[in-house]
Design a protein around this ligand. Structure first.
Ligand code: 5AD
Ligand code: FES
Length: 366
């Protein structure tokens, strides 16, 4: 086995190298985080960009075994924000120079839903006079629908692959066509073809997940040429089928630690992409997102859903900041990012450099 410092000097990494990095500890882990911090400073700088997250509805057609808002969870109190509430949240983001918003909800593929999203995208562009960048995170849809939304002005899309091991994917989802691994992959390809900046991600510390699975997840991001990644620890939810396997899980602190290592290694592997410090990190450690920023993340998604509804968008339990109103969050975040030696890119879109470089190369070729 090579020493960690030798691996860190390499320019390409095998699955075995990545696994060794994922398992490192103590002094070796310190070296890993030092290196990822340096790579980050050199390639994307110390700016952290905000994406104001609007969780506009927890109504969901899907039944993923890990998720608290799955269709079969009868204990979830369902809500759907009005258009006015969504536009007010977007206005808040614009006035506070957040640069971008993310519209996220449970999955719905009805024509009424696609019409609504298209309308909202146009309205957000209009009220912010084009200032707000718009990211969508509303699941698997047809290419036609993705195209309509892109043409309306959405330019980024988040769709986590959850795990790149098809067998593990199968274990954590129902066995039906609504939860098909290959379909999810096809969606990611459609989004890339259409010209979106594409983001994906995985959960870390799932039951039955191995270190090799996580190494393959990282290699997948690289091979796919992903522009953005958001990944965080799996956190068990008592009202879901996967809760039964809670005794198989790594201790929560280890899942947290592994998530930080995934972020750090990904930053070394893909130097110029956007990496989000997932909120789930903060659910485990009050300084979780800041720690994520220190080791390589450059995006934070402050929750700007009106406080009244926040408690009900419970993908996992112990979700942080559910009692705060958006204005309180902002003051809190300014202080937090400064602690992580970061600077907030107010009023900037903070697009993925990786995406912009690819776009320029393609334009030169054509
Ligand atoms: N723990 C951590 N993350 C979760 N998600 C859903 N349920 C959980 C959970 N129990 C993540 C999924 C999904 C994203 C919106 O939230 O990765 O894609
Ligand atoms: Fe939400 Fe601090 S980030 S209150």
């Amino acid at each position: 086995m090579s020493h960690i410092s030798t691996i860190l000097e390499q320019t390409s990494f095998s699955s075995a190298d990545l696994q060794q990095l994922l398992l490192c500890d103590g002094e070796e882990k310190r070296l890993l985080f030092k290196k990822s911090g340096e790579v980050k400073d050199l390639n994307v700088g110390n700016k952290v960009y905000f994406r104001g997250l609007i969780e506009f509805s927890n109504v969901c057609d899907k039944d993923c075994y890990y998720c608290g808002i799955r269709k079969s969870n009868r204990t979830a109190r369902r809500y759907n924000l009005t258009d006015t509430e969504i536009l007010d949240a977007a206005r808040f983001a614009d006035e506070n120079k957040f640069g971008s918003v993310v519209l996220q909800s449970g999955e719905n593929s009805s024509p009424a839903f696609s019409d609504r999203i298209e309308r909202l995208v146009r309205q957000i562009k209009h009220i912010s006079e084009g200032r707000l960048g718009i990211t969508l995170s509303v699941g698997e849809q047809t290419e036609t629908v993705y195209r309509r939304w892109f043409e309306a002005g959405a330019h980024r899309y988040l769709l986590r692959i959850e795990t790149t091991n098809p067998l593990l994917y199968h274990k954590i989802h129902p066995d039906d066509e609504l939860h098909d691994f290959n379909h999810r992959l096809d969606c990611l390809h459609s989004l890339q073809r259409l010209g979106y900046q594409v983001g994906t991600g995985v959960m870390i510390g799932l039951p039955f997940q191995t270190t090799a699975d996580l190494a393959n997840d990282l290699l997948f991001f690289q091979q796919f040429g992903i522009d953005m990644v958001g990944m965080g620890p799996y956190i068990e939810h008592s009202e879901t089928p996967l809760y039964e396997f809670r005794h198989e899980l790594l201790p929560i602190q280890e899942r947290f630690d592994l998530s930080l290592k995934m972020i750090a290694i990904l930053r070394i592997l893909m130097k110029d992409i956007n990496i989000a410090a997932a909120t789930a990190l903060q659910a485990i450690d009050p300084l979780g997102r800041e720690k994520g920023v220190k080791v390589g993340a450059n995006i934070i998604m402050p929750n700007i859903t009106p406080g009244f509804y926040r408690n009900d968008y419970s993908l996992y339990q112990n979700k942080p900041c559910i009692d705060e109103e958006p204005a309180q969050c902002k003051g809190c975040l300014d202080a937090r990012i400064a602690l992580a030696d970061g600077e907030i890119g107010y009023g900037e879109w903070g697009d993925s450099k990786h995406f912009m470089k690819n776009k320029e190369n393609n334009e030169l070729k054509n």
